[in-house]
Design a protein around this ligand. Structure first.
Ligand code: IMP
Ligand code: MG
Length: 184
């Protein structure tokens, strides 16, 4: 599939098929299920909009009493970088509910790139006095980490490529694709 990046057509290729994604999401859920006591409440914090699709699939395989909450963060800028560069400037576009205090939080991210977003979110949750924090990301770019962040549950480690689909966007588009493409 060809997509337009700043008026130039770029090629893409499939990195992860819908079937590969669905199998790995199931496995990840089993890893999460076996690392929490089954009678303990879990609050899944979906980081919008990127992890919406992944989290929706993941939570349906979780077996503990699970709550879902969201936070709307923006870390990528649509400027001369064509929406493909991580930003130092993270904006919180929504408020965390007061009830987050004393909850066991599982942050669900689409992708950890520099790690700045995750670091920021962990600090924010700590300020809010949550009981515990774990992190889960579908994709992880270890070579790009600036912050020393190691997400606990990782779907796939990938290289320094720009990916889209299955929730991941380019300037707000292509989140609806059932698979993950990389720009080539
Ligand atoms: P970080 O703060 O640099 O770790 O960036 C994390 C956020 O950047 C993710 O939640 C994504 O929204 C976005 N991001 C990073 N890499 C990509 C990519 O390859 N495609 C689409 N979005 C990305
Ligand atoms: Mg995101």
């Amino acid at each position: 599939m060809k997509i337009k990046v700043n008026d130039k057509l770029r090629n893409t290729q499939e990195l992860l098929s819908a079937e590969v994604l669905s199998n790995r999401v199931y496995e990840l859920a089993q890893e999460i299920n076996s690392s929490y006591p089954q009678d303990e409440n879990l609050t899944v914090l979906i980081v919008l909009h990127g992890s919406l699709i992944f989290a929706a699939d993941l939570v349906r395989h979780l077996t503990m009493p699970t709550e879902i909450t969201t936070i709307d963060l923006k870390s990528y800028i649509s400027d001369s970088s064509n929406g493909m560069k991580s930003s130092n400037n993270i904006k919180v576009l929504s408020k965390l509910p007061e009830t987050i205090r004393d909850k066991n939080i599982l942050i669900v991210e689409d992708i950890v790139d520099t790690g700045r977003t995750l670091k920021f979110l962990i600090a924010l949750l700590t300020e809010h006095g949550v009981k515990s924090i774990n992190t889960c990301t579908l994709l992880n770019k270890p070579s790009e980490h600036i912050e020393p962040i190691a997400p606990k549950f990782v779907g796939f480690d990938i290289g320094n490529v720009f990916v889209l689909g299955y929730g991941l966007d380019l300037n707000g588009k292509y989140r609806n694709l059932p698979h993950i493409l990389e720009l080539i």
